[in-house]
Design a protein around this ligand. Structure first.
Ligand code: SF4
Length: 386
């Protein structure tokens, strides 16, 4: 049996593979199988899975891709994930996709799929529109219809109908995977020395490109071994990280933070964990998914629901994780993330909870500054606490 270190290393290799070797291998092993890509934040992967289609999150090119063509098509003050996703398309690395679904979550993401449509021959592209205002009574019927439209789109890719019963079975599997991820996060909150934030990140990220059944096995394997891990608590401050709901920081960035502090909760890969409770397993599955998007979800910078204050949500997260501080760290040029940061900052100042602000970019390669800033911040907290 592989150890946790070996499993995490395997995930890291797969995540860093710009050729999407894992997915291409899956396609070879499943010659009739189709693959769809989706842009973050959230996509109801259950519907694709029910159609026998492998849903793969296209999370940009990280810090290994060179932008050779995308820069010529896009203005300079645009987030890196949009640019590197376009670069993936223009360089032919997404040729294995049978469908790509974007979502107009912000100005940058609204225009990116059109740009791909015009410039990446052979790539079939569609958009999933989420309700702009989740408070109205029309939000759920609208989203239900939108998920039904996505089902029809996926049926045309799969070449067969995707009926409710099959989607219900997929919902059960995804509920199990979400439960296991919650379990790992709970261990991190209680005993962060047993499973690091960067390890947790890679384990969750593996679920963005592998079939959910395989991901469930992987998570179970890790969970079974965590209690036997030889690790001792260290005197580090406990922080919550907020800002990576869409573009993801390099794993070295997370490792730089955790050299200094325990990152006890975060919003990395929020789309995979957006639904925070089980989706009901009986009844109309698309309606259940639509209601879960609104009522059983974490707050995200690209969701607008004035019934819930995002800073309340973040504060509750900090309190339940017993965090001493928060790191507010949106992606560079990410308007929704930067907007929220203003509100979070004011709120945390009022509550007397220290916050560190720093931007990140998926393509960054130098982490000394991150380490130094975090060290200075942590030392100040420890100094005043003593
Ligand atoms: S990182 Fe921010 S600006 Fe870029 S696509 Fe995502 S939400 Fe939009």
């Amino acid at each position: 049996m592989a150890t946790i270190d070996e499993i995490v290393q395997r995930c890291q290799d797969q995540v860093g593979d710009l050729a999407f070797g894992y997915v291409r291998d899956w396609k070879k092993r499943n010659p009739q199988g189709k693959v769809m890509g989706y842009f973050p934040v959230y996509f109801p992967a259950e519907i694709a899975h029910a159609g026998g289609i492998l849903p793969v999150a296209i999370l940009g090119g990280g810090n290994r891709i060179k932008l050779k063509q995308a820069d010529a098509h896009m203005y300079s003050f645009m987030c890196s994930i949009c640019k590197s996703t376009v670069e993936l398309g223009l360089s032919g690395r997404l040729a294995f996709l049978d469908l790509f679904v974007g979502s107009p979550i912000c100005d940058a993401a609204r225009h990116m799929p059109n740009l791909m449509q015009r410039n990446v021959p052979g790539l079939t592209i569609d958009l999933l529109y989420y309700p702009g205002n989740l408070r109205t009574e029309l939000a759920i019927p609208y989203l239900h219809r939108e998920f039904n439209r996505i089902r029809q789109l996926l049926e045309s890719v799969a070449g067969h109908a995707i009926d409710d019963e099959v989607i219900r079975r997929s919902v059960c599997l995804y509920n199990e995977s979400r439960r296991l991820v919650r379990e790992i996060y709970a261990i991190r909150r209680d005993s962060p020395w047993l499973i690091l934030a960067s390890e947790c990140y890679l384990l969750v990220r593996a679920g963005t490109f592998m079939p959910v059944e395989e991901h469930i096995d992987l998570l179970r394997e890790v969970l079974a071994q965590i209690p036997d891990r030889h690790a001792r608590p260290i005197d580090k401050i406990r922080v919550v990280y907020e800002g990576a709901f869409c573009e993801q920081p390099p794993v070295e960035f997370i490792q730089a933070l955790e050299e200094v502090c325990y990152v006890v909760d975060d919003d990395f890969l929020l789309g995979s964990r957006l639904i925070r409770e089980d989706v009901p397993e009986d009844g109309d599955p698309l309606l259940n998914l639509a209601c879960s998007y609104r009522d059983r979800s974490h707050c995200s910078s690209v969701q607008h629901d004035l019934r819930r204050l995002k800073s309340d949500d973040l504060l509750a997260k900090c309190r339940s994780a017993e965090a001493q501080a928060v790191i507010l760290s949106p992606a560079k040029f990410c308007e929704p993330g930067l907007d929220d940061q203003v509100h979070h900052l004011k709120r945390f100042d009022r509550e007397g909870i220290p916050s560190l602000q720093m931007e990140f970019q998926e393509r960054m390669k130098d982490f000394d500054g991150v380490r130094t800033q975090t060290e200075t911040f942590a030392e100040a907290i420890q100094f005043y606490a003593n």
